[in-house]
Write a protein that binds this ligand. Structure first.
Ligand code: UD1
Ligand code: CA
Length: 449
């Protein structure tokens, strides 16, 4: 029988060094709170349960980690105290327990799995701790190995002697433990240290007294990096973006200048999609195959169907659905709008709360007036219609299939199928008027000197 796994994610810390009202694990990386990246990596293990440890007043955290359960750490007295706070939530659980920090968004499922596999391999091993050899060991906890290669203890930077600070093997923070033993060991942790905190890192000597050893599983520094400051947060964002760019390119998208394209963790990109420079994806963007996105576009909450062309300089806001082979051109903004198959909105347009039929052409400068300062209204345009340039469509309004709207119209009434709708004032031409006007004006100017 494969043993079950439970994950405890620690997210109760104050994150003082972030200088923020927002709890640290809620700071976003690639458009999602850091804690959600950790949850996604943990979910990859198909654990029986994920418990997120939160502080006493963190309603936003509870929302962000749903549907997973939370446990409250009443006083933020250290990582050991935080892990112990999950005891009640796991009291009927029998299996392996993984403890992961909520501020390490780059960790992968494969590495978490490796920590569990190695622990399970040897019955004498009660714990595995993640280790790393960073280029700059900074203020990480230092790992002291025994002669037999097992982990003797971890010394937190603030408690370390000069000799210990010279150790290059650092604690990455993740722990895999025999669930039958973990909480008993956690309860034995004391707080006799420089910070007066209950350190999760005190577990190895406690387990050893119980005849169980601790092994270090070395993981790439790049996966264990956490963010204690916003400078480090920016470094995590950079690393995550690099990972996402590579993922999409390996999946068959061409990025002509990858460094200037920004993805969210949930961005979906099809095959043979071409993305030009300076394109930014916000949350919930889905792009089908064979789409071309020209430079300088901002796309969020949008679905783009196969073969569509977007940009340059387009802004697709939440609720936009761009149909197959449709075209959205420069300085076009869409919001809560469906653009039908083969429809075109190529220049300087705002389409909000609109439904545009297949093959309809939206001329330059067309604006849907969807908001009267109080409420939003819908514009419907049938298929094969033509909306002349610089038209204002004052919603709620419906334009029929095959209808044509004269340029410069302000349309406030519905237009039937195949009709011409036009609201332009009639044009008057006065023959020879211009030279007379010029002469008159030149005289006036001469008088003034
Ligand atoms: C911790 C390790 C250190 C390791 C480093 C790796 C300990 C004592 N130290 O230090 O050895 O090198 O991570 O990044 O474990 N948290 C709580 N409740 C608390 C305190 C923290 O839930 O009372 C949570 C935080 O929200 C955070 C995580 O635990 O997600 C880690 O806390 P943090 O303060 O960042 O630990 P470090 O000082 O970085
Ligand atoms: Ca940290």
């Amino acid at each position: 029988m494969t043993k079950k796994i439970a994950c405890i994610i620690l997210a109760a810390g104050k994150g003082t060094r972030m200088k923020s009202a927002l709890p640290k694990p809620l700071h976003p990386v690639a458009g999602a709170p850091m804690v959600q990246h950790v949850i996604a990596a943990a979910e990859g293990l198909s654990p029986e349960r994920i418990v997120v440890v939160v502080g006493p007043d963190m309603p936003e955290m509870i929302d962000a980690v749903r549907p997973h359960q939370t446990a409250v750490q009443q006083t933020q007295n250290g990582t050991g105290g935080a892990a112990l706070a999950a005891r009640e939530a796991l009291k009927d659980f029998d299996g392996d327990v993984l403890v992961v920090f909520g501020d390490s968004p780059l960790i992968t499922t494969a590495s978490l799995q490796r920590m569990i596999d190695i622990r399970r391999q040897f019955p004498a091993v009660g714990l595995t701790f993640s280790g790393m050899r960073p280029k700059d060991a900074g203020r990480y906890g230092r790992m002291v190995l025994d002669d037999d290669g097992t982990l003797k203890k971890i010394v937190e930077f603030k408690d370390a002697s000069a000799e210990e600070k010279a150790i290059t093997l650092c604690n990455g923070g993740i722990v895999a433990a025999d669930g039958a033993k973990l909480f008993g060991w956690l309860a034995q942790i004391g707080n006799d240290n420089a910070q007066g905190e209950y350190y999760l890192t005190d577990l190895p000597p406690i387990a050893r007294k119980d005849n169980r050893q601790t092994l270090v599983v070395e993981i790439d520094e790049a996966e264990l990096a956490g963010a204690n400051t916003r400078v480090e947060l920016a470094a995590l964002e950079h690393a995550m973006q690099q990972r996402l760019r590579e993922k999409h390119m390996l999946n068959g998208a061409t990025l002509t200048h990858p460094e200037s394209v920004f993805f969210c963790a949930d961005t979906v990109i099809g095959q043979d999609v071409i993305i030009g420079p300076n394109v930014v994806f916000g949350p919930q963007a889905r792009v089908a195959d064979n789409v071309e996105i020209l430079p300088f576009c901002h796309i969020e909450g949008t679905e783009i169907a196969e073969g569509a062309t977007i940009g340059p300089f387009a802004r697709l806001r939440p609720g936009s659905r761009i149909g197959e082979n449709a075209k959205v051109g420069n300085f076009v903004e869409t919001k809560n709008t469906r653009l039908g198959k083969g429809a075109k909105a190529n220049h300087l347009t705002y389409l909000g709360d609109a439904d545009i039929g297949d093959k309809t052409n939206i001329g330059a400068g067309v604006i849907t007036c969807n908001y009267d300062g109080f409420l939003k209204y819908k514009t419907s345009v049938g298929g094969d219609a033509f909306i002349g340039s610089n038209t204002a469509l004052v919603a709620p309004v419906t334009i029929g299939t095959g209808a044509i709207i004269g340029a410069g119209s302000t349309i406030t009434k519905d237009v039937p199928d195949n009709a011409l709708g036009i609201t332009r004032a009639p044009q008057i031409n006065k023959d020879g008027w211009a030279p007379e006007f010029r002469q008159k004006k030149m005289k006036e100017k001469a008088k003034k000197g």
